[in-house]
Design a protein around this ligand. Structure first.
Ligand SMILES: [Zn+2]
Length: 194
């Protein structure tokens, strides 16, 4: 059933075919999904006692084309007992809200004539135009495509994430560091190839 998410994740539409005819519906949504790192549910991938084959078989249940459409793969290690009591780290919600609002405004300004409002909606042509990267980042991306087995779609998605990281930092030009950070969010592509 997960596989049926592929079309709406890509096109923002879902097509249902029945004997009586074919209907097409809008289906634009944000997918947030969680999974254990392995069948035994080990606390983290670093402390996983499963064999590489077991892990690959478990993660293999998530198909490559589906993972390809998920922009951010983030590992959340299990909390230690002491972590529950300590105060939360990182930015306060209000500070994050202001940064996100500013980043979205930058995107609206960028695309004011382009018919879209957010980086995620960029066409391949718009990615070429708005996500130009320095030569160093080109090399990083080429290496990631080989090492992680990134498809052309995955490549463009990494650039859109890098563009968003730059927008959150209030930066106009993409840097190699921002591309490297975006590539790092493709963690499951790496695990897949264990
Ligand atoms: Zn494990």
């Amino acid at each position: 059933m997960l596989e049926s998410l592929r079309q709406p994740l890509e096109d923002g539409r879902v097509t249902i075919a029945r004997a009586s005819g074919v209907s097409d519906f809008p289906a634009r949504f944000q997918l947030v999904a969680a999974a254990n790192p392995c069948r035994r549910g080990c606390p983290s991938l670093d402390r996983c006692v499963c064999t590489p084959t077991e892990r690959a078989r478990y993660l293999g249940r998530l198909s490559r084309p589906l993972l390809d459409r998920v922009d951010l793969h983030v590992e959340l290690p299990a909390l230690e007992p002491g972590d529950v009591q300590s105060p939360a780290i990182g930015d306060a919600t209000e500070a994050i809200r202001a940064r996100v609002a500013a980043a979205r405004q930058r995107q609206r300004d960028r695309f004011h004539a382009g018919g879209i409002r957010i980086n995620a909606a960029m066409s391949p042509r718009q990615v070429r135009r708005f996500c130009a990267v320095p030569a160093e980042a080109e090399r990083l991306l080429a290496a990631a495509m080989t090492r992680l087995g990134l498809s052309a779609r995955g490549h463009d998605r990494v650039l859109k994430v890098a563009r968003t990281i730059a927008d959150l930092a209030g930066a106009d030009a993409l840097t190699a560091e921002q591309c490297a950070e975006a590539i790092q969010y493709r963690g499951l592509d790496r695990q897949w190839r264990v």
